[in-house]
Design a protein around this ligand. Structure first.
Ligand code: NAP
Length: 289
């Protein structure tokens, strides 16, 4: 199966590499084209533009930073829209809002193409090991055709119905995750400032009802102020912002998420946006008696 892949950031690089390792023919494109070279070493071909990739491949996957990037790759000159049409499938796996996804869906389907949104739960490591959770919605036929690729990329895929449902599910999940990261960071700071050993806190947490892979995986590196990016903080803040907008539309009061968003915004304003979202811990550590 020949697959096009647009966007070779932290996630896209790992995902396209997995497809290559599992026997897919992959044609890649990235805005910064030089990032394609590493994939070429593993057998990928390069498309000079998104349009070129779509022209060559029946199925094209995108994994881009945010709504602006997702829209630009489809609608701009040499974009996806120029070559989509009957027999072409386009799957956007970026985390965006339902409106962005619907806009893309409408444009693709009005040209006769098939569209699926398929954001993912899981970060850099699950992307590398093919253990993502795929939250698809849109064209059911395209979903079924894409299962061989989803089986390589993820450990489980869901089909959630109409376009927008995948985006909503992903935003709810990341809103919860962002709030948890803030609560966790506050707990680490409080334990340390009140004279406890925060490593003991990690051990106790891990044995109780609120044990989870995120606390276990990120806690030790957070205590060393190691925030090398798996999920960049700027993207977590984007997801909080989009989730809060979804809350506004649905009149859902979300004071916890709003507070978490403020912490992420503050961290971004201090230049921590490219670090892992765990770097929000650094701004909480700065508060003094
Ligand atoms: N990292 C995670 O743990 C994780 C987990 C689940 C979901 N996600 C979501 O997955 C998506 C990608 O995340 P990531 O961590 O891989 O991000 P990333 O490392 O920042 O990569 C972003 C990608 O988007 C491209 N891009 C940015 N603006 C663009 C534009 N205007 N036009 C074209 N391309 C553009 C970048 O190209 P350049 O290389 O040229 O900058 C890069 O390929 C995001 O929506 C994120 O929220 C991430």
């Amino acid at each position: 199966m020949e697959v096009g892949f647009l966007g070779l950031g932290i996630m896209g690089k790992a995902m396209s590499m997995n497809l290559l390792k599992n026997g897919f023919k992959v044609t890649v494109w990235n805005r910064t084209l030089s990032k394609c070279n590493e994939l070429v070493e593993f057998g990928a071909s390069i498309g000079e533009t998104p349009a070129q990739v779509v022209k060559k491949c029946k199925l094209t996957i995108a994994m881009l930073s945010d709504p602006a990037a997702a829209l630009s790759v489809v609608f701009d000159k040499d974009g996806v829209l120029e070559q989509t049409g009957s027999g072409k499938g386009y799957i956007d796996m970026s985390t965006v809002d339902p409106e962005t996804s619907s806009k893309i869906s409408q444009a693709i389907t009005s040209k006769g193409g098939a569209f699926l949104e398929a954001p993912v739960s899981g970060s850099k490591q699950p992307a590398e090991t093919g253990q993502l959770v795929i939250l698809a919605a849109g064209d059911k036929g395209l979903y079924e055709e894409s299962i061989p690729a989803f089986d390589v990329l993820g450990k489980k895929s869901f089909f959630l119905g109409q376009v927008g449902n995948g985006a909503k599910m992903k935003l709810v999940i990341n809103m919860i995750m962002g709030s948890m990261m803030n609560a966790f960071s506050e707990g680490l700071v409080l334990s340390e400032r009140s004279g406890l050993n925060p490593h003991d806190l990690l051990d106790v947490l891990d044995l109780g009802a609120i044990a989870n892979p995120m606390f276990k995986g990120k806690g030790p590196s957070m205590l060393k102020s190691n925030h090398s990016p798996a999920f960049p903080l700027k993207h977590q803040q984007k997801d909080m912002r989009l989730a809060l907008a979804l809350g506004d539309e649905n009149a859902v009061s979300m004071p916890v998420a709003a507070a978490a968003n403020e912490s992420f915004k503050k961290a971004r304003s201090m230049g921590l946006g490219d670090l892992d979202f765990s770097a929000v811990h650094e701004i909480l550590k700065m508060t003094k008696d």
